[in-house]
Design a protein around this ligand. Structure first.
Ligand code: ADP
Length: 499
């Protein structure tokens, strides 16, 4: 199959969250299965293009308002793919839209004022790219709101019924990685899309007189999915639907959940190059070494007997940071004050949270934090911790709990979204399970569940060791999920009467 991934993020080029990991890992896996996979992504200012191939001739993209946008196109092979069938990555290099620091915003302008135009243009440019390459995909696979207008262009401009076009046999899939971000902007921006105002209503852009890019994609894509079966169900409810639950119920027959895999070439304790010594279920000595290195890295006393709780997260409300660090309210203060444990955190995000964390780590001797982004330290935390805390408000899939499981680190999670599909709660009677779960998101539930895990550490060590092994032997590889995407692509073609 010829598959075009339309995305605003892909590792190693641009990443703010799990979307970037998913797009690249899935693409690499699909290419390994023999498919022709290409990724199109904006060339942000931070992406070094010196090693990319510049394609001849600038590319013109006709937009609304009589504008034609000109961009350069760069090409490269994604690292880590088979040379015989590489994943090709194309960068749309448009200086005014993408020649600035930040993907969606920067510290002073957190959501760029022209984001709707930037990404509407990017979606349209994806079709121009296909023309330029004379390569037309069987499947256009768009990801999240920045790419959500691509399925709209397919349905309302490029694949019109009764009109033969190069895209007549292309079907579209839109994957929701996070329903909380929808790309809602003033509707005045719609003229720029170059689609008639009838499309504004028919494609579902209209949202209380605003322009909602994700909503239009959800209406217009041939099929839609999200990144775990449980989150697919939750998003159809008022509680988790972010006002789009009605649309998702309306599209129920075309909507499903496929659990993300993890990149087992990068996240694998027996191959990990960031940790002091590799380990596996057969020999866990390397995990003890990682714990020692982690304690050293964070300036904590080296003690194999005290449980270490790790956190790696974006510091944003979605991740339950209010319940962890909220002034006078958060649970971390009392957890660290009352319990015999060590806690380490790596993260960056909301300013208030970063300063609370700095305050806490200066007052608590067993809580240490690094503010920032570091692949190396995130690997060390996954390997060296005994427990991993993830009290998410909502979690479409979540990668960190899967990393934790395969590194023998027991997740302590709220039972929401993909966390329910991947973690099994500890059963004190049978000793079964792979982690510790709670329902209600409030500081005392976090406090109690961390307390439960710490109790098990000191009193049920045999169960803890068995849970570690159970987690480490689970298969979260992309192969399994990639097969499901192929099935979904085929079902989409069938539903559209193609093949
Ligand atoms: P989300 O995409 O909502 O942030 P996921 O758990 O799906 O949550 O994926 C988060 C990814 O980002 C993981 O790979 C995680 O390790 C990584 N990550 C988040 N914050 C940091 C950080 N400060 N340093 C390194 N990696 C981070």
């Amino acid at each position: 199959m010829k598959i075009l991934m339309v995305t605003s993020e892909a590792v190693p080029y641009a990443k703010t969250g799990g979307l970037a990991d998913m797009v690249s890992a899935l693409s690499i896996c699909l290419a390994k299965l023999g498919h022709d996979v290409r990724i199109v992504i904006p060339r942000y200012y931070s992406i070094d293009r010196s090693n990319f191939k510049l394609l001849p001739d600038a590319m013109g993209t006709p937009m609304g308002e009589g504008v034609e946008e000109w961009s350069a196109v760069y090409e490269t092979d994604m690292p880590g793919t088979d040379k015989k069938n590489p994943v090709k990555v194309y960068f749309i290099d448009h200086e005014i839209f993408f020649g600035r620091d930040g993907i969606y915003g920067n510290p002073t302008e957190t959501d760029f004022i022209d984001n709707s135009r930037r990404f509407i243009f990017f979606c349209r440019a994806s079709f121009q790219l296909c023309r330029k390459l004379e390569w037309y995909p069987d499947v256009l696979h768009a990801h999240d709101w920045p790419a959500a207008v691509a399925p709209v262009y397919l349905k309302f401009a490029e694949r019109l019924p009764g009109i033969k076009s190069k895209f007549s046999n292309t079907v579209s899939l839109l994957t929701i990685h996070n329903l909380g971000y929808q790309g809602i902007y003033h509707k005045d921006n719609f003229d720029y899309a170059g689609l008639g105002w009838d499309v504004f209503y028919n494609a579902g852009f209209e949202d209380w007189s605003m322009l909602n890019m994700l909503k239009a994609g959800l209406y217009s894509a041939d099929k839609i999915n999200t990144v775990s079966p449980n989150y697919a169900e939750e998003t159809k409810t008022n509680e988790h639907g972010f006002r789009l639950d009605g649309v998702l119920r309306y599209r129920n027959a075309d909507y499903c959940g496929i659990l993300n895999g993890i990149d087992t070439t990068v996240w694998n304790p027996s191959k990990d190059t960031y940790i002091p010594e590799n380990y596996s279920v057969k020999n866990l000595e390397g995990k003890a070494k990682a714990k020692e290195a982690l304690q050293k890295e964070f300036g904590l006393p080296r003690d194999p007997n005290v449980p270490v709780i790790g956190i790696v997260t974006r510091l944003t409300d979605q991740k339950g940071v209010g319940e962890l660090f909220g002034p006078t309210y958060g649970s971390v203060w009392s957890i660290c004050r009352d319990m015999d444990l060590q806690m380490v955190l790596l993260g960056s995000g909301e300013q208030w949270c970063e300063s609370e964390i700095a305050g806490l780590s200066s007052r608590l001797s067993n809580f240490k934090a690094k503010i920032g982004y570091s692949e190396k330290i995130s690997h060390l935390i996954e390997a060296g911790s005994d427990f991993f805390l993830m009290p998410s408000r909502y979690e479409p899939c979540g990668l960190n709990q899967m990393y934790s499981l395969v590194y023998g680190t027991l997740p302590i999670v709220r039972s929401t979204g993909g966390l329910v599909d991947t973690v099994e709660n500890f059963n004190e009677k049978t000793g079964e399970g792979t982690g510790f779960m709670f329902d209600l998101l409030d500081p005392s539930s976090i406090y109690n569940t961390v307390g439960w895990a710490v109790w098990a550490w000191y009193n049920r060590r045999e169960d803890i060791e068995k849970m570690r092994i159970r987690g480490m032997t689970q298969d979260f590889s992309w192969e399994k999920s990639a097969e499901k995407y192929i099935e979904l692509y085929k079902a989409t073609q069938k539903a559209q009467g193609i093949k």
